[in-house]
Ligand binder design. Sequence first.
Ligand SMILES: Cc1ncc(C[n+]2csc(CCOP(=O)(O)OP(=O)(O)O)c2C)c(N)n1
Ligand SMILES: [Mg+2]
Length: 1012
Amino acid sequence: MSEKLLVPDIGDFEKVEVIELLVKKGDQIKVNDPVVTIESDKSSVEIPSTISGLIDSVSVKVGDKVSKGDLLLSIVSLDSKQVTEKIIPKDTEKLIIEAEEALKKNNIKEEPSKTIIKEKPQVIKVVNQNDIDPVETNEWLESLSAVINRDGNERAHYLIKELMNKAYMEGANIPYSQTTPYINTIPVSEEVKSTGDQNIERRIRSLIRWNAAAMVVRANKKFPELGGHIGTFASAATLYDVGMNHFWRAKNENFGGDLIYFQGHCAPGIYSRAFLEGRLNEKQLDNFRQEVKPGGLSSYPHPWLMPDFWQFPTVSMGLGPMLAIYQARFMKYLINRGFIKDDGRKVWAFLGDGEMDEPESLGAIGLAAREKLDNLIFVVNCNLQRLDGPVRGNGKIIQELEGIFRGAGWNVIKVIWGSYWDPLLANDKSGHLVKAMNETVDGEYQAMKARDGAYVREKFFGKFPETKKLISNLSDTDVWRLNRGGHDPHKVYAAYDKASKNIGSPTVIIAKTIKGYGMGKTGESVNTTHQTKKLDIDDLMYYRDRFDVPLTDEQVKNIEYYKPDENSPEIKYIKKRRLDLGGFIPSRTTYAKPILSPPSDIFDNMKVSTGEKQMSTTMALVRMLTNLLRDKNVAPRLVPIIPDEARTFGMEGFFQKIGIYAHEGQKYEPEDSAQLSSYREEKSGQVLEEGINEAGAMSSWIAAGTSYTNHDIEMIPIYLFYSMFGFQRIGDLAWAGADSQSRGFLIGATAGRTTLAGEGLQHQDGHSHLLASTIPNCLSYDPTFHYELAVIFREGLRRMHEKKENIFYYITTMNENYSHPEMPKDKNCEEGILKGMYKIREFNKFKKTKIQFLGSGTILREMIAGAEILQNEYQIDSEIWSVTSFNELRRDGMEVERYNLLNPDKEPKKSFVELCLEKTEGPIMAASDYMRMNSDQIRPYINKSFYSLGTDGFGRSDTRKNLRNFFEVDKEHIVAYGLSVLAKEQLIASKYASEAIKKYNIDKNKPMPTKL
Ligand SMILES: Cc1ncc(C[n+]2csc(CCOP(=O)(O)OP(=O)(O)O)c2C)c(N)n1
Ligand SMILES: [Mg+2]
């Protein structure tokens, strides 16, 4: 029986053009196979079949205009039942099944952790819903009423608070309160004990501490300008050591590896451990912060400078937490899309408490909870200090963070007090110790650790007679020994164990430590600790003694490193621990297979003229991506990332075609479910729809762009954003992405100061190319025509994803519709497009006077129009060059100039721009929809008169025509300025220029647009 396939509901559109027929009579098709592509003035969408069968007839042809209900195909149904199941790419289907199996197993495996915590009968429970003893409840409630009646609300509130504190102390789980008392989250009775040898671990940790400090002090003794930090790692050593010895599993052939974001200023400690592990030698330690000669160690974690070692750049504070969250999210994305198995890998991020002030640090924590990222663990090292002084002198950073993270839905584990406090807390029957803990502010806590035991006795325990009594049998030395949780390996171990087993939410471990721990009077807990990079001999002796480092006084004076013999128990132990955990960390490797570039004919339709059809380069790009989704190698690897602008860019067709990633699938029927471009969320969805969140989208782009190393899977992220909200908005993340050697495409859509007419100052980008030009491994292009875009994009795919070059592409696409010509037949055209310029037109009728026009982006078209006027009305010839990248031309120019200056005795080389222009006649005028500085970049490499036009100044809303007139980049200004340039060069009489200025009503007295 023949069935009819009609045009479905396509939203508000009518009479939409058919631009491609994807099937023909006689083809056999399945449900969801695309049959035709239709295109409105903004977007193109494939129409999928809802019927499977043999095509009997095709009722439309390319160029037809169709509306909802029009007949597309007649299909002889082979299977009368319409198959509605979703289509998963075949090559990933098997992986999905495997991954889900692994997930099930994993869940089963994790199950026992839930039952580790056995409820003790004496525990006071806060009952939420099920009242097990209403009579008792009533008695409590009546008592409360009595208190309110007799002593008032405040008293009642106080009693409730005390009750809650008491309940918490007894181990009850109390919901609905923002914070819990200032004690450890894990009660002593529930601490899981480490299996490690504590003595040997302490000795190892002491050596790591020593060597970390020594490398900083040695470097600064040699060159005081080098800098470095001792205090940060000194406070965090235990936090790292417990992870390294017991929790963090390296990547190897059986396991993908945990991913650790090390706090930037802890780098010396990480090098120091690598030294004991035999991964770095003394010479390398001595080259800390001296990276110019090969073999030096980078100041902070920089994958670009140490590509086999560091994985994640973290030292620009606030980026680490965001990147880690999106890394964990991307890991789940890969699992849910079937690319990797779920084998319980974790992402750990180490953060400073001062760093938590950065809005970025907390900005994405809601997403982490919403997406149930139980593969994510934050460790916030609360040493209570930042660079200048206390993080919260008058408050309590730990409590503040607890409230924020709890509120966001995280699992919060506070590690405040070390084991020496356990008996005191157990004896605190009156609750005064916890009261003192709760009431002491961070400024006081910090000051106490800068003093001594007697001071702590007086200032802290002296607050109440009860607390004073509690320590009456302790000496001042004992009081001083009362340690903080973050320095106690038992407490840290228990927290890490619990965090690793948590299911359904991300975990934050908030650990209290001392900045400059062990550094003595000059460094421990003092406000200047952060800056300390030199220790004098007395300090070094103190440090040695404090941690029992087996060095003689003489060796200390020489600030010698200490590494035990290879056969020593310490070295054997440290290596064994890492061996058992799969290898060394950090380590950056990649075993990703390249992605074969699509055949060039996939872009052939972009090399022919669009004829009458007008479209923007944004639309051409989306068309191209739709084509790419038909390439079996590329399609599954594309990761389109959009911060709530899919409709702006005409990408809503992607929703149905490849789905929006949603870890819980789609729990609702979307309001537009009947429409072709209905909002479709799916567990294996491909599009990352990030919401209005450019920083998050960029973090996703980095995660996907480094997937080749973090997951050994090459992915192709394409992040499309409003160009103004790109580099300008998230510039530092782009820098970190470059450092991370991310591969992928950034698309600055609706680019240029004058293409996006009505949006005004905050939306019109006239400088993103300059920002892109500051990033050494970013190649940026400003194409005008669809074939330029195709050539650039394909080359990007080839260089990044097939040849694995560590570069990334920034391409601007625009908002202006025009028809696109056929690609010039010149065999050098492709090379020119990629190198930055090629000749696109020549006006050569009069052979008298000539000018060279260099234009990029949409302003190239104004130049072509201006050149026509000059030819027709002024008998001026011209050559027109499409400049696809001033940035690339400048880079080449710089390199050639440098070569020539360094080789004065050799035949000078020529830059590409020079080669293009050397034989041309006439002065050069360049223009773009960006600031003049964009085109001025090539000025030094041209031995000819050079002038530029551009859109310097704030943008504003108006019609495109008015905007171009305002910024003086329209065809009329190009004609007038062109004539003026020729007059200045004495090639024509100045009256022609004056006449043109008058003719086009150009106001000579108008101030420069930068002043308006
Ligand atoms: C974005 C950014 N701003 C400023 C700095 C300079 N800086 C480096 S460390 C530091 C203080 C860090 O304090 P905290 O986060 O508490 O780390 P700690 O060393 O105490 O562990 C500052 C301000 C930076 N690295 N990044
Ligand atoms: Mg700090």
